[in-house]
Design a protein. Structure first.
Length: 540
């Protein structure tokens, strides 16, 4: 602003206040352009330090209640670097006019020397008041990725409180389970001798990587400890859902067993018992009256928003890694999925095989060149399943891999003990066309799945539907967003009775193949006039 001179004095002094405000905004925009992960330090006394670093005249002109409020709410914002150091999100002397440069440098030093007090998130689209009365003030226009979107499950303040609690939980886990134990756990998980070990390998690798990052911190004393603490804050704020709850999760069970030096057979047995699909991430205790009331409230909100309504997926809902080419001619009727006999022979197709192959090699070397895939339908029950999605694609997300900014509400269900092919409209001994090969929805938008848990694919089969389906299967507890953890018992009961819509329009039903289940499935693959019989005997 331009300072106002008293009556009879000389002309007002141009303090280049507008340039100061613009410099603060440019610093903030530049430093937060990629990361939405902000923290705040205690801002007590910060505004007084700012005033104290100005000339008396400027201090008097800047002693403003609006700017003091801004400083209290936003002046302590920091980012955490890979080395654990904090950097002020607002204060940087370069680019600031000389009249304010020293004060900004003082603010930067003060903020960056204080410990982190909390994760910071705000749902406001304006931070501060840029204009209050006739005067401009300190204020920010945060980019969209910095604005938190509250949900029916959690307000912004609840989200922040949860993240802060995650940091405390993670600190305790780091102290209880040292790096050596974490390293043993990850090594054991990588042997793939534990049932469904891939489901928690990602959590184990993440925890071990954090240990290694902390161990690599150089220096001693308070400064080094501060950097270490900052890295834990950053890890907690950016962790995949549930990863901070090390002790209460399956990775905690494994870590505890290894710390107690249990024999391998005991470790393996206990792990398998808890990883049983009928037990894993499913509530064991009856809900309290308070939990029931809370669940009913949240479910009512979710129902009103349309989040709980599910329908069977179509091919348009999924992201296949391979899809059958659509022929120009249309084939209708009940038997439209069947191909005439002369087409089955492929004219001059050359039959070879059988070839035994791993899934990873099949996906890497065979799938990219395939013209047609047919599933050799077995006689015995096996892992057939179906993909489902949100009935309302605009409804608020409820599954872990869905988000308001990148929608992906697709899940799938499979029968724990398998299901017979006839249940899915398949005839044992036939070769049914594969319309698409679809990886697990959790992996669709991540080049390297951080959870490392969903190593599975579904072969969608032409004309296949779950003919005996009546209810349930819309979602399972282990798929739900972490905010729903507290009411998963009630939600599981709801999902068990709810009916998935669109049974007869389903297009993504078929054979589920995963690393944690027995494989041994056979396919007839046509490519460039050669038809090869492949048996996929293992994952990799």
């Amino acid at each position: 602003m331009t300072t106002q001179a008293p009556i009879g004095a000389g002309p007002p002094i141009d303090d280049r206040y507008d340039e100061f405000l613009d410099g603060v905004r440019r610093t903030f925009d530049a430093r937060t352009v990629e990361s939405p992960t902000l923290f705040t330090v205690d801002t007590g006394g910060l505004f007084d330090e700012f005033l104290g670093a100005l000339t008396p005249e400027l201090a008097a002109a800047n002693d403003c209640g609006t700017c003091r409020t801004f400083m209290r709410r936003y002046g302590g914002l920091v980012l955490v670097g890979a080395d654990g150091t904090t950097k002020s999100a607002l204060w940087s002397a370069p680019g600031i006019p000389p009249s304010y440069a020293h004060a900004v440098a003082v603010l930067a030093d003060a903020v960056e020397s204080r410990p982190i007090a909390s994760v910071f998130r705000s749902s406001a689209t304006k931070w501060g008041w840029a204009q209050w009365g006739p005067w401009p003030h300190l204020a920010l226009d945060p980019a969209a990725h910095l604005v938190h979107q509250p949900t029916a499950l959690a307000s912004t303040s609840q989200y922040v409180a949860t993240k802060n609690a995650d940091r405390e939980t993670l600190e305790r886990a780091i102290a209880e389970f040292p790096a050596a134990i974490a390293q043993r756990a990850v090594a054991l998980l990588r042997t793939e001798t534990l049932y469904r070990s891939d489901a928690i390998l990602g959590a184990g690798q993440w925890f071990l990587a954090l240990h290694q990052q902390l161990a690599g911190m150089r220096g001693r004393g308070a400064a080094a400890q501060r950097r270490r603490d900052n890295l834990v804050w950053l890890a907690a704020a950016t962790a995949p859902a549930g990863f901070c709850h090390v002790k209460s999760g399956m990775i905690g069970t494994l870590l505890s067993d290894l710390a107690d030096e249990l024999p391998y057979d005991s470790v393996k047995r206990r792990f398998a018992e808890k990883m049983n699909p009928l037990q894993y991430r499913r509530p064991t205790a009856a809900p309290t009256a308070t939990m029931i009331a809370r669940a009913e409230q949240v479910i009512a909100e979710l129902q009103a928003a349309g989040s709980l309504a599910r329908r069977f997926a179509t091919l348009a809902d999924v992201r296949p890694m391979w899809a059958r080419k659509v022929e120009s001619r249309s084939v209708g009727g009940v038997f439209g999925h069947l191909v005439p006999a002369e087409k089955h022979r492929g004219g001059g197709d050359l039959d070879i095989g059988p070839v035994t192959i791993t899934w990873t090699k099949f996906a890497r070397t065979v799938l990219p060149e395939v013209d047609r895939i047919e599933h050799a339908v077995p006689t015995a029950a096996t892992s057939y399943g179906a993909m489902v999605t949100a009935a309302d694609p605009t409804a608020p997300p409820i599954v872990q891999w869905d988000s308001p900014t990148r929608r992906n509400p697709v899940t799938w269900y499979v029968y724990v003990d398998g299901s017979p092919p006839t249940q899915w409209g398949l005839r044992p001994g036939e070769h049914r066309d594969v319309t698409a090969v679809v990886p697990h929805p959790a992996t669709w938008y991540v080049a390297d799945d951080r959870t490392a848990r969903e190593q599975s694919v579904l072969f969608a089969l032409a004309g296949s539907t779950d003919t005996t389906y009546t209810k349930g299967g819309g979602f399972f507890p282990e798929f739900l967003a972490s905010e729903l953890h507290e009411i998963r018992k009630t939600l599981e009961g709801y999902a068990g009775e709810a009916v998935i819509a669109g049974k007869h329009e389903a297009e993504v039903c078929g054979l589920l193949m995963s690393k944690s289940r027995s494989i041994g499935h056979t396919f007839r693959v046509t490519s460039a006039g050669i038809r090869t019989r492949y048996t996929i005997d293992r994952w990799d």
